[in-house]
Ligand binder design. Sequence first.
Ligand SMILES: Nc1ncnc2c1ncn2[C@@H]1O[C@H](COP(=O)(O)OP(=O)(O)OP(=O)(O)O)[C@@H](O)[C@H]1O
Ligand SMILES: [Mg+2]
Length: 416
Amino acid sequence: MPADADAVAPSEDDARPKRDADSLSDRALAELERDYKDLREQAQQLLTDRMHLENEVNAQKDKIRRLDEDIRTLRTPPHVIGNVQDIIDDEHIVVRSSNGTVFLVSVNRRIDKGSLKPGTRVALNQDTLAVVEVLQDAWDPLVMGAELIERPTTTYADMGGVEEQIMMIKESIELPLKDPDAFRHFGIDPPSGVLLVGPPGCGKTMLAKAVASSTECTFIRLVASELAQKYIGEGGRMVRELFDLARERSPAILFIDEIDAIGAKRLDTATSGDREVQRTLMQLLAELDGFEALGDVKLIAATNRPDILDEALLRPGRFDRIIEIPMPNEEARKAIIKIHLKGMPKTRDVSIKGLVEKTGGFSGAELKAMCVEAGMRAIRAGHDRASKADFTKALKDVKNKRDTGAAGEAPPDLWT
Ligand SMILES: Nc1ncnc2c1ncn2[C@@H]1O[C@H](COP(=O)(O)OP(=O)(O)OP(=O)(O)O)[C@@H](O)[C@H]1O
Ligand SMILES: [Mg+2]
């Protein structure tokens, strides 16, 4: 029998298992393909998840870093503040710490040695007191706020009957700032300060306002009572800072209103509060005499009580000029009334001459009050112009108020 007879002619029985096997492997393949697809999808999903998680980890790491930083800031000990007193060499300086003790300390190498001068404010490490930072000099907020940013709108033209005083203040304050050569030519020192005196409500504060609005230079104004401080040495320090600020911003005009609050006569029997006020005054005198010339800094002070001022303040050389603004006389009253009635519609029978005659002894503030009151009466009555009757009643009103002691005071809002 030939050897390959079986192979050549396969029987029907042989073919069936082969077909079975084929369909089996087809199915397995399809299954595998499905599995593969599933797995691929899963892998994709896992990749996306991983990316998400990685992002999350990064965000958390950021958060940790921020919190770490916060913790570090919270844990850093406070620095002690001190003032440089003396520079010994490149690495050592003498500082006075805020509680008054003086130390010899070393300076961090990073710090620019040029920025360290006697008087500079520095931050010191709490343990070693080494200088770790140079601080900006800070002005007292009260001193800082005294610089006038918005100029008042009052001008010389708004003032009546004070032509001579206006001329004097222009001469002593504006001229030296504008034309210092004129004074040099005659070999005289220009005056460094003027004192405005006069009864209440006659225009002292107003005149200073007019100076402020007419000059370009820095204007610093303060009411002296703000200088009377609670703590020992504070008032003196503020006076010094005021003058420092003025010198730094020069040309500058420094205006101290109601100076009697710190300039009253020094008495032997004084409380500790009085002594503090006197120290403030002495600092002011020292600044006026100053070893550092005032130069382009001019001082204007005002008071309605020159009688209680310390003689030292009035000595020549301090306030070189004392400008008196007296109660307005007839002519001045006419000018003031005209100014305040400029924009007011009046009936014909209102005569300025008549008003001037009836207002003998009125201050500028009282004259203004009378005009305002007359206008108010006309408004209240629904008239379109103020009548003689309105003025007569207004006049009586102001007189009554003065008799009860309520008129003549300057309004409390000095600079608005
Ligand atoms: N010469 C004047 N011309 C025009 N108005 C004046 C004049 N004097 C005073 N007044 C009016 O009176 C108001 C008060 O004046 P001011 O505040 O200048 O008085 P003062 O002299 O500073 O008084 P005090 O001593 O009480 O501080 C001014 O706002 C102004 O309306
Ligand atoms: Mg005043």
